[in-house]
Design a protein around this ligand. Structure first.
Ligand SMILES: Nc1ncnc2c1ncn2[C@@H]1O[C@H](COP(=O)(O)OP(=O)(O)OP(=O)(O)O)[C@@H](O)[C@H]1O
Length: 260
């Protein structure tokens, strides 16, 4: 076992049931600071259900989820970015008719609040705030190698580029933890490799912990620091990628289910 630093997010004994089907059965694990944690498991293992609990779409019937020691279960889903949790979607959820610049800025507006009076009067943002958003948008675009398409309408971009725009938007709200739902889906081999490199750079530059739910084992095993394997709603194993790849029950779960 490698040493892991203090946890940022703690999943504690989470239990979710859908009219008799137990989707998660007492799952517990933690995500450390600046860590990329891969969450894997065969079809129906409970990955999406857990992801949806973390993004507050589902509410566990038992257990707790703590971010920086505070339960997130009181936060409504639409305020989760404010709580410090960013996310990307499996099929990319951008504002297709907005430019890349505006899509990224939207993520920053989630954090930028005027006071109640200026909100009520719908006063424009201060010039300083506008300038800051502009600079930060451009810095993010630079990092994610989309600076050359900042003024392009999002819907007109290739899927792989749209994914990077979505990642930039999620990072714009400066999350403590970033949830990524099958980011490799729909990408070719080279794009998956580039995505992995990008995620490592994001982690280093932003000090963001990343929870990666992913079927693409090559990606998980090459970039995750720590892996949690689920099966039938329970945690089967956790450890380094090498430990998980060699874990007899994990191998059995994948081979047994015919899912790789
Ligand atoms: N909304 C729902 N209503 C009823 N049952 C559900 C619902 N969502 C998930 N389940 C069930 O909960 C279990 C876990 O499903 P979940 O989608 O979380 O697995 P998964 O690991 O994400 O699978 P996959 O890799 O196929 O996406 C499955 O038995 C599934 O049928």
């Amino acid at each position: 076992m490698t040493h892991r630093s203090e946890t940022v997010l703690d999943v504690q004994d989470v239990h979710v049931e859908f009219s008799g089907i137990i989707a998660l059965d007492g799952v517990s694990f933690g995500i450390a600071q600046d860590e990329i944690l891969g969450l894997i498991g065969p079809n129906g293992a409970g990955k999406t259900t857990l992801f949806n609990c973390l993004s507050r779409l589902y509410h566990p019937s038992r257990g707790d989820i703590l971010l920086g020691g505070t339960s997130i279960l009181q936060w409504p889903a639409h305020q989760i970015a404010r709580a410090g949790i960013g996310r990307t979607f499996q099929n990319v959820a951008l504002f297709g008719d907005l430019t890349v610049r505006d899509n990224i800025s939207v993520g920053m507006h989630a954090l930028t609040r005027g006071n109640l009076v200026s909100d009520a009067l719908r006063l424009p943002m201060s010039r300083r705030t506008e300038a800051r958003i502009r600079t930060e948008t451009e810095e993010l675009a630079e990092l994610l190698e989309i600076a050359d398409v900042l003024e392009v309408t999002a819907a007109n971009l290739p899927f792989g580029t749209q994914k990077r725009v979505e990642l930039a938007r999620a990072l714009a709200s400066k999350p403590r933890i970033l949830l990524m739902d099958e980011p490799a889906g729909g990408l070719n081999q080279e794009e998956v490799f580039l995505l992995g490199e990008l995620m490592k750079r994001v982690r280093t530059e932003f000090k963001t912990s990343i929870l990666l739910v992913e079927h693409h084992m090559g990606l998980v095993m090459s970039i995750a620091d720590h892996v949690v394997a689920l099966n039938f709603g329970k945690k089967l194993a956790e450890g380094t990628p090498a430990e998980i790849q060699a874990h007899p029950q994990v191998i059995e779960a994948y081979l047994g289910g015919g899912d790789a």
